[in-house]
Structure formats: C-alpha cells, structure tokens
Ligand binder design. Sequence first.
Ligand code: NDP
Length: 449
Amino acid sequence: MAVNMDEKVAPIFQEVLNRNPGEIEFHQATREVLESLGPVLVKHPEFTHHKIIERICEPERQIIFRVPWRDDKGEVQINRGFRVEFNSALGPYKGGLRFHPSVYLGIIKFLGFEQIFKNALTGLPIGGGKGGSDFDPKGKSDDEIMSFCQSFMTELYRHLGEHTDVPAGDIGVGGREIGYMFGQYKRITNRWEAGMLTGKGTDWGGSLVRTEATGYGATFFVDEMLKARKDTFGGKVCSVSGSGNVAIYTIEKIHELGGKVVTCSDSNGYIYDEKGIDLVLLQQLKEVERRRIKDYLQYRKHAQYVAKGNIWEIPCQVAMPSATQNEINGADAEMLVKNGCIAVGEGANMPTTPEGVKVFLDAQIAYGPGKAANAGGVATSALEMQQNAQRDSWTFEYTEKRLQDIMKHIHELCYETAIEYGTPGNYVNGANIAGFIRVAKAMVAFGVV
Ligand code: NDP
C-alpha cells in the first residue's frame, strides 16, 4: 500500500525503517502518525528546526532482560522481558505491560509510540512507555504466574518509580499479576509506593473504575461520535471482539446505553448471540473461572460458536474491536461498511490495518482510532496516581464522571483539530495532530535533551 506522506516527513519515516529493521508493527504505528503531520510542520516550522519528529521516533531508553523462573515441574524456564521508555516530555513514562507469546521489541515499540500521543490527549501529566514479555500466561498455575511475575519485577524494579516510570496492565496482565508485581517491588525496595504501578486492587491503593475504564471510556467516545452525528447507541446492534478486560466493560456500557452486543471472541473463535451477550455469564466464565468462550454455549443453547471464524462477518451498526492489533483488514472493513456499520471505536490498540483505516475514512463513517478511543484506561490510571499522591480514594460515581468528562474532552479536541487542519470528521488526523503538538511544545521548551 502506498505511503501517503508529506515530502518533509517521508525521509524521516525512511530513516525509521532503516534504523528499526523487521519491526513491522512499529513501522505501521509510526507511519500512521507521520502521515498526519505534514500540515503541522507548515504551521509550526520550529518543530522542524528542533527535529521533534526525528526525536519522538527514537525511544529515550529501551530495556531488554532475561526472566528466568521455575515451573510446577521444577524445570527452569526462560523468557524475555522488555520496557521501552519512549517519551517523558509530559510526565513519568506510563503504559501497560503485555504478557503474550507474540511479544517482541517491535510490538512493545508500537505500543509505546502510540502511548505517547494517547497520554498527551488525556491532558494529564503522563509520558509514554510500554513493556511486557513473551511469557504466555494461558494454562499456567497461580504459582507459576507468581514465580514469573516475581522474577520479572526483580529486574524491572530498578527502572520504576512514581516519578520515573509507572506500568499498568495490558493483554495477559490483570489484577492478579499486578498484585504479584507490586508485592515483589515492595519487598525489594522496602517502600510502600502506591504510585509506582496502576491497576492495583482497590483494598491496596487501586482506583475504583480502573478495571472498567478502557471499555467504558471507549464506549463514551463512540457515544460522543454518535452524538456529533445526532445519533445514539439506542437500539443499535453492536459487535465487540475479545472477551478480556476491555471487551467485558465495553459490552457492559453499551448495554447500559441501550445498544445490544451480539458477539464476543477469544483467539480460538467467536460467539454470536442474537439475543445479546449475557454479560453475567461471560464474566463468570472469563473473570472468575478463566475458561474459554466456547463454554458459553453450554449455558446459552441458542447462541452459536464459530471456531476460527471471522467475527466481522456478523452485520452490526457499531463495531468495537477489543482484542488485539490488526484484527480488521481491508476486506473486513469493506464488509462492515457494506453491512451497515456506521461507527467503529477501537478499544484495542491498532486493531485496524492501514487498508482498513482507509476504507473507514473513505466511507466517512465515524471512526475513532485507539489512541483516542481507548485512552480512558490510562486516564483513569493517572487518576489512580492522583489519589495515591493525595492518599485519598474517590467514589465510583465521582471517578466515572471524571472519566466521562475526559473522554468528552478528548473527543472535542480530536474533532476540532480535524476541522482546524482541513479534514473535518477525520479523528485519525485529529488525534495524531493534537497529541503530537502537546508533546512537541514541551520538547521544544526543554531544549535538546
Ligand atoms: P486481555 O488479556 O484481558 O484480553 C485480551 C482478549 O483478546 C482475550 O479475549 C484474548 O483471547 C484476545 N486476544 C488476544 N490476543 C489475540 C490474538 N492474537 N488473536 C485473537 N484474539 C486475541 O487484554 P485487554 O482486554 O486488557 O486488552 C485488549 C486490547 O485492548 C489490547 O489491544 C490492549 O493493548 C488494548 N488496551 C487495553 C487497555 C487496558 O486498560 N487493559 C488500555 C488500552 C488499550 P485469548 O484469551 O484467546 O488470548
């Protein structure tokens, strides 16, 4: 697919390709941002002078380390750990940890790069970073998970701190893993430092609404996009992929707002329930019993399970991809649009390929890219840090209201920036440009560092 880039920006992208060979997801993420930035350099020649784009594409620090641990059979296992501290212009590095066998440096760099702009859009004082490991938590016992998390933190702890770098969860990292890592950090440092990790349990420094935040926030964002088109979720058939943290709370909020979600999935297949996904059942299967979504059929006989099928074949008016990167390609996007989809909100990070993004933009449907739509998770992590700093804890209602206001603000910012730069309705440009400008201004102020 042809790269559509301004002549000042194209050589910078070429240099990114040369300096980071083989990191295809990182190339995709940088390309997507850089394609929006040509007009910004015209309005802000100082960004060219200070080489802001070149600097922003180079992480401030990249840490790769060995993670040895012992499994239940007593055998030593070795994984690889990563933390990419991408940009600290606006605050301490902030971004989740992903445990999944597909993890390598290119995935962590794409996520860290996206995180810089996403965090900037929240308006909160957080820089961008991301980390993780090629460890596969699936099928592991609690003891094995603990053993891995302790070993992982035994190296990572030296790079963290409430004013330095503050990780959270992502794929394969939820409350249980955060608990084991926080415990190990506390043990090694002899510090009860709540603000060094977010997504903590609510009994020990966590924030209410953090668990729900990414899914709720993405749904609020889509609600704002619909409102901008004088529409609502009411009565809409919606499709959600995934069945993890983001998917579950997206489904919950869509149902609250009057939509009906008819799908969910895991990496083995998808469920289609035309009566609407039974959320209580889904939570019991996934959050309590840690089972596969295929088992949903044992309790809802009328539903269908399609192994290895394509979830985007199911007609819907709103699609919210909430599993992983590149889950919607060009053909899937065309099918969605053809079947009447009018809005897409990305709960996952970069779930749509560049070909798919083009289809959505050309069709002029409401398309909310992940760095705007799923920013509610990290925003609520920043609210967790605020509560930790004040040694306070806020109510669910108050915190959810803050989240909703933040999502409304992000929507407005992207919407208005898209108009200002001559591409009304294009939330990709709106998000990339607004996020970039906030970081770039801080970098100019700091000089060459
Ligand atoms: P979880 O681990 O809780 O759930 C991930 C879900 O996606 C599972 O259903 C999983 O199925 C499925 N999945 C993961 N990898 C694949 C794959 N390669 N192919 C098909 N399905 C897959 O993760 P989260 O819900 O936290 O994260 C989901 C997405 O949202 C990610 O892109 C993440 O980066 C993004 N995100 C998460 C935030 C958060 O606060 N948690 C914040 C912002 C973005 P299976 O169990 O079979 O692997």
